[in-house]
Design a protein around this ligand. Structure first.
Ligand SMILES: [Zn+2]
Length: 261
């Protein structure tokens, strides 16, 4: 790319508009941000090393958190319940708490503000969505553990007729499941848009393209896993969470190369 005009690979920092071929002295035709400002300030490679280190650490911790969530989905899977002493499997919900706690920490590190950017260009909405979703998942996991410690955690599973559950238990399960669904959808949407924002700042068309594909693939995978989990149990989370970890890993790889290793 060397030797081309400075705008040949650039995108607008605020809105992602392609600045290819535009004069560096002009403004973005979409949102009016000065192109010079996009070119000077947005480059992730020019951000402070401390900021980039926080992003890398946050992405890594969030990936570990997702891996713990996936592992928790398998050990809590009712289809392998015969491997465990009856009644003990529900206590593995503590793994969800560990995963959620790490997720909160990872998201917090991943979404700190870049000290070199204007407050309007910090992608704050997406960051807030990710933080709220991670906190919501932690609350849910803590609630589930409290229920598991008090009484057998009711599950809708093969072999358990819904009639055997009390109405309040069914309402609680559905409320928990919907809360869970809302948290993951919010987290995925926030993460996809945040990754797009990062990709624009590299700029990296491949990462941007991946984020665009994930913007429909992740919600579909989350919704499908949610429906499948009602029949097949907690292990179905491996698909959407695996996709999310893949996106995080790709973003982290790009941040790492921008910060010079
Ligand atoms: Zn713009």
């Amino acid at each position: 790319m060397e030797g081309e005009s400075p705008t040949s690979t650039a995108m607008c920092l605020r809105c992602g508009y392609e600045l290819r071929g535009l004069a560096p002295t002009g403004v973005c035709p979409e949102c009016g941000l000065s192109i010079a400002e996009s070119l000077e300030k947005r480059r992730l490679g020019l951000s402070s090393p401390g900021y980039l280190a926080s992003l890398r650490l946050g992405a890594l911790v969030a990936m570990v958190a997702l891996a713990i969530y996936i592992a928790a989905g398998f050990v809590r899977w009712h289809l392998i319940g015969f491997l465990f002493t009856p009644g003990t499997q529900k206590y593995f919900v503590f793994l969800d708490i560990a995963g959620a706690a790490l997720l909160v920490f990872g998201v917090w590190k991943l979404t700190i503000d870049d000290p070199g950017l204007h407050i309007k260009d910090q992608a704050r909405t997406n960051k807030r969505a990710m933080k709220c979703a991670a906190a919501g998942l932690l609350l849910l996991a803590i609630f589930e553990l409290l229920v598991a410690l008090r009484a057998p955690l009711p599950t809708i599973a093969i072999g358990v007729s819904p009639a055997a559950l009390s109405l309040s238990a069914v309402i609680m399960i559905m409320a928990g499941a919907l809360w869970n669904l809302a948290c993951w959808l919010t987290l995925a949407t926030g993460l996809v848009n945040y990754t797009r924002w990062l990709a624009v700042r590299v700029p990296d068309h491949r990462l941007l393209g991946m984020a665009k594909s994930m913007s429909w693939l992740l919600p579909v995978a989350i919704a499908a896993a949610f429906v499948a989990s009602l029949i097949f149990g907690t292990a179905t989370r491996v698909v959407p969470l695996g996709l999310m970890a893949w996106l995080l890993g790709s973003a982290r790889e790009r941040i790492r190369s921008e910060s010079g290793g």
